[in-house]
Design a protein around this ligand. Structure first.
Ligand SMILES: [Cu+2]
Length: 116
């Protein structure tokens, strides 16, 4: 397990700094294990807020491609972590966000206005 963690770390760091760079995927059994663990790690993304639903604690946003997940540009709604203050987010705000695996999908773990 410790060896897997060490293998995954560079991929996670690459995602947070260079979203356009694809995660390299070795085609062997250890590589497949790395994929599975990587999907449980945190994934960084960028996007624009379309709408905020404080009642359901959800955020609808259009995100840029997320190479780590193989996602193209998409408009979608995410559950937001309970400690996120949704009042600070408004439609049209460009944001940097971090996704964390939750159940069969992803939850926004943190979200901040994008640096200009
Ligand atoms: Cu998406």
């Amino acid at each position: 397990m410790k060896a897997l963690t060490l293998l995954v770390l560079p991929a996670v760091l690459a995602c947070t700094t260079a979203l356009a760079a694809p995660v390299s995927v070795p085609v062997n059994a250890p590589g497949l294990a790395v994929i599975r663990v990587a999907q449980e790690a945190e994934i960084a993304g960028k996007g624009t807020v379309n709408a905020v639903d404080p009642g359901a604690h959800k955020i609808n946003l259009t995100h840029e491609p997320i190479a780590a997940l193989g996602w193209p540009t998409m408009r979608m709604t995410f559950q937001a972590s309970n400690d996120i203050d949704l009042k600070a987010l408004k439609a049209g705000t460009q944001v940097d966000f971090v996704l964390a695996k939750k159940g069969s999908g992803y939850e926004i773990k943190s979200i901040t206005p994008a640096a200009k």
